[in-house]
Design a protein. Structure first.
Length: 256
């Protein structure tokens, strides 16, 4: 079951809507045959200073902390901006029971946010078979240690983490798997653990890596390896999966 949401942009008072001009950020990744958007959550908070956000949000977020409310609002505003750029000026993004975005018929999209910004990528479903994006702040040392322990396979630890003194590789692997999970979630129809797929190839110069299912994963034999584009911008790491061709028999295989 899903519940549709009206366009948040239409619910903002004119004064609030006008102040959004200072909030927008460039899309972190170029998307052929699609559109993207970004928004500064700090600027959004200033634009909406003194206003309660609950009237613009689904009921389950009415008592959430303001930071969580801003993340949701920022992501949905970005989604509406990206859809408008694709010719759907009146389209809104709904919300499924589990909280996942419900995109208009015929559209694919992905929303991501961290403490300071929200970003969106959207495209016609006719152009891409799978779409997922993620943005992360560079992990602190303690978080990087958790990523190495909980999110990385033995192959990844041996291949990509051994020689770096910073936390960029850990952040990248985490972000790439988040983008990968978002890209395949609607096909897999279930939660996919970080241990079920891994970074097999990594080219820092070209900004591309390859994710593939591990040998012990239920995805093995059902999902082909797929590419993830990445870039670093200051202390942010951005990852994007934009696959035009079907990921083999994933949907049919996991549905059985």
């Amino acid at each position: 079951m899903t519940d549709g949401l009206p366009r948040l942009s239409d619910k903002l008072e004119p004064a609030c809507a006008a102040s959004l001009a200072s909030c927008w950020l460039p899309a972190p990744q170029a998307l052929d045959d699609g559109a993207g958007a970004g928004i500064s959550l700090a600027e959004l908070d200033r634009a909406l200073a003194g206003r309660e956000l609950a009237d613009w949000l689904p009921p389950e977020l009415s008592r959430a902390v303001r930071k969580r409310q801003l993340s949701f609002l920022g992501g949905r505003l970005c989604a509406e901006r990206a859809l408008a750029a694709l010719g759907l000026a009146d389209a809104a993004v709904g919300r499924m029971d589990g909280g996942a975005p419900l995109w208009p018929d015929g559209m694919l999209g992905s929303i991501t946010h961290h403490g300071e910004a929200a970003y969106v990528a959207a495209a016609p479903a006719s152009a891409y078979a799978a779409l997922g994006m993620d943005s992360e702040r560079l992990a602190r040392d303690s978080a990087a240690e958790s990523i190495r322990t909980l999110c990385c396979t033995a192959f990844e630890r041996e291949s990509w983490l051994g020689d770096r003194a910073d936390t960029l590789a850990e952040t990248l692997i985490f972000s790439a798997k988040e983008a990968g999970y978002k890209a395949i979630h609607r096909l897999a129809g279930r939660y996919v653990d970080f241990s079920e797929f891994e970074v097999r190839e990594l080219d820092w110069q070209s900004g591309r890596l390859t994710l593939a299912p591990t040998a012990k994963s239920a995805l093995s034999g059902l999902m082909r390896p797929f590419a993830v584009r990445f870039r670093r911008a200051g202390d942010e790491v951005h990852t994007l999966v934009a696959e035009r061709e079907p990921l083999d028999s994933l949907a049919d295989g996991l549905a059985r």
